[in-house]
Design a protein. Structure first.
Lengths: 204, 527
């Protein structure tokens, strides 16, 4: 009885699908009526970058080669605390004006560290290996964008995001940097930076 | 291109109503040959070209006025042996000044065996003309509450702090109007008036040596990146990718996201375009601070700063003071809050560990040379254990930092022969006073917190070379003054809102809308 019912249901659904529009446009998500988000502090951000870029946390960013960006140089600016040393016992209630710059510095350092390593040893590349070839295709760049979104935001990139970042290469990077390999290095690092410091990446 | 999802908030409530302006103009017409600096300043409060600067010293732990400018000689008191009075020879009077100074020379700082030589008299000699003491009686002996009330006048103006009001009045055009160097405790607590623009609230700078690196996203990184390309990537992120994401569509109205996006706009561009990173580097290149290896130039002022603040490397308070100067000089901030740490700090090369891990034998640890101890534990609050030496030591520290700042600001022209100092006020804010009694004849003793105290203010804008109020030598309690004339009024005590109002008015902040009392006696009268 149960099987029979299911078969009928399947046939009905099949007919319904046949009559439906071919590819309905995805619906825009509704704005939240209570939009509450929290910023990821430096430590959480570093963990995310570390996992996504396959770098240890102490390889991400170091100011003047001596001071860990997240744990020392920008600790409080990036939402950390140091009650005993700096007298800051609770995270700053509001992001300070320098916070976006601090996050940018960390992401730029980490992303270009990943780029350097991948271009130096393409055989061991984690993300950007496809860009080290002599003739890099549009599909390869799209693949890199997809990889960045998966690794840093844990979701698929949309077509719009892929197109936008690939256009960034052709429209902005190439005219500025004629050398193909250097252009791809710049593009890889800056695309990584743009995704890593998007609000979707920095807030939850 | 998608339209931005986020709004910018640079709105600013007006502080000078038409009615207030008419009132102030009328007052000036009545007294054409005399004007009070505060009244004059309120006319110009809207103008970014006519700024005033406020420096708040966070004198943590109870900076007692009867251990500095209002010290009592034993011969003046009927109860000298049991009150906090000094041998007459220790209390100096500076010529042509109403202020007193305690110059101490002893071999201990409480239980710490170290030579302590303090020189308050030199500071008074150099700065008495711009120094004012106003007595007041506080409303809390709790550290955090007392600290907060010292800068909010016990919430006298909707919970706005002195610093927030200085920022509101003069800071709209500067990158970071209100800066707190270090933790600042209750002195830097965020006010409770959420109607203020966000840029009025304090920006915490916890590590002055490294913080300037967060003033530019690209300079000083381990690799050179093309600035224009990074800017393009930022624009792509801010204007195209972020607004198109589902995350922003759902949460774009969040205040945090909007604040974040607003910071990424004009404020960030202002910081980066003005080259502040290198201008605010306090230290020059060294092995421990290899800025030149990262493409950054040594600040040409670092040598001068080191001359004025010789303990720059070892003393975070001196580092803060140097940074405070640079922030005002470069018009980064309108108000800066700084203060000595409440941690024990010794000279950098000493191997001292008070938590039990030190290899140093107890006998060696007990002997320190002059200058070895930079800051006692608990700052002024070490007075619980050793009042006399702690107060002398800490006042000396505060005076030296103030002296350095004043010298630097005096030497720097603002415009037309006017120095930065001519426009600056230093408020030595403290949590509360200290209790007045001591065991009979005790040379060293501990004290508790006390509501009764006074405040030292330094500025060409205040009633300089004047003690407002006084102290009763038989009780060691301060008394108040007439708000209009400044004449002493034994039996009257000054409230926190009164002193708060007087400071703001001297700084040129129009307080009319707050209904605060008029305190002309605290402002400098110019002929």
């Amino acid at each position: 009885m149960s099987l029979r019912f299911s078969s009928i249901t399947f046939v009905v659904l099949l007919v319904a699908c046949k009559d439906a529009p071919a590819s309905p446009a995805p619906e825009e998500p509704a704005a939240s009526s209570k939009p509450r988000v929290r910023a990821k502090n430096g430590r959480r951000f570093a963990q995310q970058l570390s996992a996504g870029l396959e770098l240890s946390e102490d390889e991400l960013c170091s100011e003047l080669g001596l001071f860990d960006c997240v744990e020392e140089a920008h600790l409080v600016v990036m939402g950390g605390v140091d009650a005993a040393g700096l007298g800051v016992a609770v995270p700053l209630p509001v992001a300070p004006v320098t916070a976006p710059i601090a996050y940018d510095r960390v992401a730029l350092s980490a992303c270009f560290e990943r780029v350097d390593r991948d271009f130096e040893s393409p055989g061991d590349a984690a993300i950007f290996g496809a860009l080290t070839e002599s003739d890099v295709s549009q599909e390869a760049r799209e693949g890199v964008v997809s990889e960045l979104y998966l690794r840093l935001l844990h979701r698929e990139a949309t077509d719009f995001e892929r197109e936008t970042l690939c256009e960034f290469f052709t429209d902005t990077i190439v005219p500025h940097t004629p050398d193909s390999q250097e252009a791809h290095q710049q593009w890889a690092g800056l695309s990584c930076f743009a995704v890593a410091t998007s609000v979707e990446s920095l807030f939850y | 291109m998608s339209k931005p999802m986020f709004k910018q908030d640079r709105s600013r409530p007006r502080t000078l109503s038409r009615r207030n302006m008419l009132r102030a103009t009328a007052a000036a017409a009545v007294a054409p040959t005399l004007w009070l600096e505060g009244e004059h300043s309120s006319h110009a409060a809207e103008s970014a070209d006519d700024p005033r600067f406020l420096i708040v010293f966070a004198a943590d732990g109870g900076a007692s006025i009867i251990d500095s400018a209002l010290a009592i000689r034993a011969s003046e008191s009927a109860n000298a042996a049991t009150l906090n009075t000094f041998e007459d020879s220790l209390v100096h009077t500076v010529r042509d000044s109403p202020f007193r100074a305690v110059d101490l020379d002893r071999n201990d700082l409480g239980s710490i065996s170290v030579p302590v030589q303090t020189q308050q008299s030199e500071f008074i000699r150099n700065h008495h003309r711009d120094m004012m003491v106003a007595t007041w009686t506080r409303t809390s002996v709790n550290h955090a509450i007392g600290q907060r009330r010292s800068v909010t006048g016990n919430e006298a103006w909707a919970g706005r702090s002195l610093q927030e009001l200085a920022a509101l009045t003069y800071g709209e055009q500067v990158p970071i109007p209100n800066v707190h160097l270090g933790g600042a405790g209750g002195f830097g607590a965020r006010g409770t008036d959420e109607s203020l623009p966000s840029w009025c609230f304090g920006e915490t700078v916890s590590e002055p040596a490294l913080w300037p690196l967060s003033l530019d996203g690209m300079r000083g990184l381990s690799r050179d990146l093309p600035r224009d390309l990074v800017s393009e990537a930022r624009a792509l992120r801010n204007d195209v990718l972020d607004p198109s994401s589902d995350f922003a569509k759902v949460f774009g109205e969040s205040r945090r996201l909007q604040h974040w996006q607003s910071l990424r706009g004009e404020p960030q561009q202002r910081l980066e375009s003005s080259g502040l990173l290198e201008k605010l580097l306090v230290f020059g290149h060294s092995e421990d601070y290899p800025i030149e290896s990262y493409g950054l130039a040594t600040n040409p002022e670092s040598t001068r700063l080191r001359e004025v603040f010789p303990n720059l490397d070892n003393d975070p308070f001196e580092t803060q003071a140097a940074m405070a100067y640079l922030m005002l000089e470069h018009r980064v901030a309108t108000t800066v809050t700084l203060g000595p740490s409440s941690d024990f700090i010794a000279r950098g090369d000493l191997d001292i560990d008070f938590y039990g891990d030190s290899e140093m034998p107890a006998d060696d640890a007990a002997q320190f040379a002059a200058g070895d101890i930079i800051n006692p534990p608990l700052a002024f609050d070490f007075s619980h254990q050793a009042h006399r030496s702690t107060q002398a030591f800490m006042w000396d520290r505060v005076y030296k930092a103030a002296d350095g700042l004043i010298r630097l600001l005096k030497a720097r022209e603002f415009r037309n022969g006017e120095s930065f100092w001519d426009r600056t006020m230093i408020v030595i804010a403290s949590d509360f006073g200290r209790s007045k009694k001591r065991p009979e004849g005790a040379r060293e003793f501990g004290t508790a917190h006390d509501l009764n105290n006074g405040m030292v203010v330094l500025s060409p804008m205040v009633a300089g070379n004047r003690v407002l109020g006084g102290v009763d030598p038989d009780t060691a309690m301060t008394y108040g003054f007439d708000p209009l004339s400044g004449e002493p009024r034994p039996g009257r005590t000054m409230t926190e809102p009164e002193i708060f109002a007087g400071l703001l008015q001297a700084l040129g902040v129009d307080t009319t809308e707050a209904g605060l009392p008029d305190m002309p006696s605290m402002r400098r009268i110019r002929a």
